[in-house]
Design a protein around this ligand. Structure first.
Ligand code: TYD
Length: 246
C-alpha cells in the first residue's frame, strides 16, 4: 500500500522519538494504556446482562439464577452500580445526588466497577462460581461514551483499566426501544432515566453496535417477548457458551 505523506511524517516522528530515550519510554507507556489487557483466566463463569432502562434484565437475572441453581451451580447475582457496600454509596451519589459532571459520572461508575470486580466478582469466579451481573462495562460505554458523548473508546479504555481487562464469557443484551422501556417504568426514578429520548436512543444503538461487533460473546434478545420466552433463549445460549448445563 502506498505510504501517505502523513505516514511518512509519522515514521520520521517515531525515529526522532526513538533517538530520545525519555520520550521513547513515554511513547511505550502511552501505547500500553491504549492496548487492551489480556483476559483474566478463572474457573467460574461470568455472565453480564445489559440493556436500556426497563428492559427486564433483573427478571432475567433471577430466572437464570434459579435455573442454574437447580442444576447444582453456586450462583452470585449482583449488579452495577451498587453490588458492594462501597458501590451502594457510589450509587447514591451518581444516581440520586445533584448534578454530577459527565467525566466525574464516568469515573464514579468505573470506581464502583473496579471495586466490584476486585472484591466480589473475581473471588467468586476464583471459587468456580457463576457470577451474573445486572449491568457491566458496556453500560458505561453506552451511557457515558455514547449517551453523554464522552467518547466510546475513551470510556472503554477507562473501564478496561478499572477491571484489569475482565470480560464476560457471555453478555446478554435485552434489547428494547427506548420509548417502550420508558412506558414500562411509568416514571423517572434516577438521574439517567430522566435523560432525553435522543440520549436513550444513542444508548440503545451503541449496545446493538457492541453486540454486532462480537456475536460470539453476545446474545441479543427481543425485550418485548414474554419473560419466559426470553429465559428459554438465554438458557440455550448459556448452556453452549458456558458449558454449564450438562
Ligand atoms: P438501575 O436502577 O440499576 O436501573 P436498571 O434497572 O435499568 O438497571 O439504574 C442504573 C442506571 O445507571 C441506569 O439508568 C443506567 C445507568 N448506568 C450508567 O449510566 N452507567 C453505568 O456504567 C451503569 C452501570 C449504569
Amino acid at each position: 500500500m502506498p505510504r501517505t505523506s502523513g505516514a511518512v511524517g509519522a515514521a520520521y516522528l517515531r525515529r526522532g522519538i526513538r533517538r530520545s530515550g525519555a520520550l521513547w519510554a513515554a511513547w511505550h507507556r502511552l501505547r500500553r494504556v491504549t492496548k487492551p489487557e489480556p483476559p483474566i483466566p478463572s474457573r467460574g463463569v461470568f455472565i453480564a446482562l445489559e440493556g436500556g432502562d426497563g428492559a427486564g434484565k433483573s427478571t432475567q437475572a433471577r430466572l437464570l439464577c434459579g435455573w442454574l441453581e437447580e442444576l447444582g451451580h453456586t450462583v452470585v447475582v449482583t449488579r452495577e452500580p451498587g453490588g458492594t457496600a462501597f458501590g451502594r454509596t457510589v450509587r447514591e451519589l451518581v444516581l440520586h445526588g445533584d448534578h454530577v459532571a459527565p467525566r466525574a459520572e464516568a469515573l464514579l461508575f468505573a470506581a464502583d466497577r473496579a471495586h466490584h470486580v476486585e472484591t466480589l466478582i473475581l473471588p467468586a469466579l476464583g471459587r468456580g462460581e457463576v457470577v451474573i451481573t445486572d449491568r457491566y462495562m458496556d453500560s458505561s460505554i453506552a451511557y457515558q461514551g455514547a449517551g453523554r458523548d464522552l467518547g466510546v473508546d475513551e470510556v472503554r479504555e477507562l473501564n478496561v483499566w478499572a477491571t484489569g481487562g475482565l470480560v464476560p464469557a457471555l453478555t446478554v443484551l435485552v434489547d428494547l426501544p427506548a420509548d417502550v422501556g420508558r412506558a414500562r417504568r411509568g416514571g423517572v426514578h434516577d438521574r439517567l432515566e430522566s435523560e432525553s429520548a435522543d440520549f436513550h436512543d444513542a444508548v440503545r444503538d451503541l449496545f446493538l453496535t457492541l453486540a454486532d461487533a462480537d456475536p460470539d460473546r453476545y446474545l441479543v434478545v427481543d425485550g418485548e417477548l414474554p419473560p419466559e420466552q426470553i429465559h428459554e433463549l438465554v438458557r440455550a445460549r448459556v448452556a453452549i457458551v458456558a458449558g454449564v448445563a450438562r
